[in-house]
Write a protein that binds this ligand. Sequence first.
Ligand code: GTP
Ligand code: MG
Length: 442
Amino acid sequence: MNILDEFDTIAAPATPMGAGGVGIIRISGDKAFEIIEKIFSNPNFEPKKFNLGWIKDGDNKIDEVVVLPFFAPNSYTGENVIEIQCHGGVNVVKNILNLVLKNGARMAEKGEFTKRAFLNKRMDLSQAESVADIIHAKTRDFAKASMKNLAGVLKEKINTIRNEIFEVLSKITAGIDFPEDVKEPEYEYLTERFESIISQIDTVLAGAKTSNIFREGASVAIIGKPNVGKSSLFNALLSLDRAIVTDIAGTTRDVLRETLDLGIPVTLVDTAGIREDGDVSTVEKIGIEYSKQSLEEADLVLFVYDASKGLDNEDKEVLKLLEDKNHIIIANKSDLAEPEAGVKISALKGDGISELKDLLTRKVCEIEPENLEFVTNTRQQECLKKARNAMEQALLAAKINELQDLISIDVKSALLALDELTGELVTDNILDNIFENFCIGK
Ligand SMILES: Nc1nc2c(ncn2[C@@H]2O[C@H](COP(=O)(O)OP(=O)(O)OP(=O)(O)O)[C@@H](O)[C@H]2O)c(=O)[nH]1
Ligand SMILES: [Mg+2]
């Protein structure tokens, strides 16, 4: 994709290809109306109305449809847009799409509709990115938080910060350019403004870790000696008979992974029981290696021991492996005996599982999801960090009464970093990267 591509007319299915109630084909660009006039049986169609009629290839009727026309700039992309709602079968959608392409549209690339919305200034980059987040959100909470970005919450905050930087920069520049007429701002004033700007950037960055966990999810590994009930716990947390459970030590060999929705997506990992004694088979040994690897990769470890046997030396050996890891000690089989330590559960009876889930949620994500004020992605976080560093430099300089000429250089680069975030200043590369993550038709 090239930012300078002429805005030709694009088309794509806006609904997933499959059997469904309706299928939607979207056309955007100058020729959208010209194309629909050629293939739609109802010549008197009106914008922003449901127009019933037939899609026709010459005399050949393809499907009875509803056509929704939008005139530029009042559409999703800011261009002329036609939405065709047809019956939701793969072949119907394909036939209509082919006809649209035959009559002058080109197949849209991934995210091209949203890219046009951005290029036509219907939304800024943070809003465009939130569209992809909403589509890919693995949990409801993240979809909700991304929706706030689409509504412009992040955009507004960034604009406020940007305007403040711009205002200080104007004052500094005026002082430099017109030294006779304008007094340069006091250093005390600069220090105060810079500190305030930095703390506002920090507010947005505060949600970064949570945002990333929301986006990518957290990995939680269940680790322990053989036969303590790891797979039973895995199944209980998932409410699913996913892993094989037997009373034979060494049942689990392969690593099992499943997604658990705790408001944040969690990849739950069941592993082979770790033991170091001599008569471990080759297969089990490999399994144990995998367990140790999963342990390394995990964001959080659930260490399980058998409450009816107590914490023995073998348990303690395993515990040593996860000393430096964020972990929760779990006393399973507490239906058989009162545990000496740890979170009391019975995977078999289901006791303590919902409390454990609550604890897990709190541990994985220190802040409650509702308190996540600003969702950011890594690209945006990089821009914010760049802006913060530049402001930090400016602050240091202001504190030692550095020449304001020099201070203005840092303030300018902070401004540029924020412009990069919102897309005021954007390169083809960045755009391609962002819209790669979309689906066709968005
Ligand atoms: N009484 C009781 N038995 C349990 C409980 N949880 C698991 N068990 C039993 O303990 C045995 C081992 O359970 P698994 O879940 O296979 O144990 P594991 O830790 O996955 O074992 P490996 O895969 O061999 O490492 C099975 O017979 C389970 O039914 C529990 O809470 N109470
Ligand atoms: Mg197991």
